[in-house]
Design a protein around this ligand. Structure first.
Ligand code: ZN
Length: 136
C-alpha cells in the first residue's frame, strides 16, 4: 500500500469525523507491518478534554484487534471537512505512537495525492519518554 492509497483512506475516515465544536475534521489510517489497516477520525465531546484524535482512534482500534507492529500512519484534516493544510499529529498522539512504534515509523501528512509530506516519528518526538526509562 503506497502513500497515495493511505491518503485516500484517511480522506474516507475524515468523512466520519465528529467535530461539532472545532469544525476541524481529521482522518487517519494506520498501516500495520502485516498489511492490515485501521482507520480513525477525531471524536469531540462537549467536555473538551475527553476528545479523541483520529490518530489515537486508529491506533486504539488496531490494538483492540490484536495489532502491535506498525509501519506508517497517514493523517489528513482541515476546517469544515476540507483539507486545508498539513494536519500534524498533536503531542499526545506522538507520545502514544511512540509507545508502539519504532523511531523510523513513518508519519505522512497530506493535502492532496500529490502533496504528501513524510516524517519519521523520531523527528516529530525527539528525546521521547518511553518504557525503557522505567527499568525493570
Ligand atoms: Zn492528537
Amino acid at each position: 500500500m503506497n502513500k497515495k492509497d493511505l491518503f485516500n483512506l484517511a480522506k474516507e475516515a475524515m468523512k466520519n469525523s465528529y467535530a461539532p465544536y472545532s469544525n476541524y475534521n481529521v482522518g487517519a489510517v494506520l498501516l500495520c507491518e502485516n498489511g492490515n489497516i485501521y482507520k480513525g477520525c477525531n471524536v469531540e465531546n462537549a467536555s473538551y478534554s475527553t476528545t479523541n484524535c483520529a490518530e489515537r482512534t486508529a491506533l486504539f482500534s488496531a490494538v483492540t484487534n490484536g495489532e502491535k507492529d506498525f509501519e506508517a500512519i497517514c493523517v489528513v484534516g482541515g476546517k469544515n471537512g476540507e483539507i486545508t493544510d498539513y494536519a500534524m499529529p498533536c503531542g499526545v498522539c506522538r507520545q502514544v505512537l511512540a509507545e508502539f512504534c519504532d523511531a523510523d515509523f513513518k508519519v505522512y501528512v497530506g493535502v492532496s495525492e500529490d502533496d504528501i509530506k513524510e516524517y519519521k516519528l523520531c523527528d516529530l518526538l525527539p528525546y521521547s519518554f518511553d518504557k525503557s526509562k522505567l527499568g525493570d
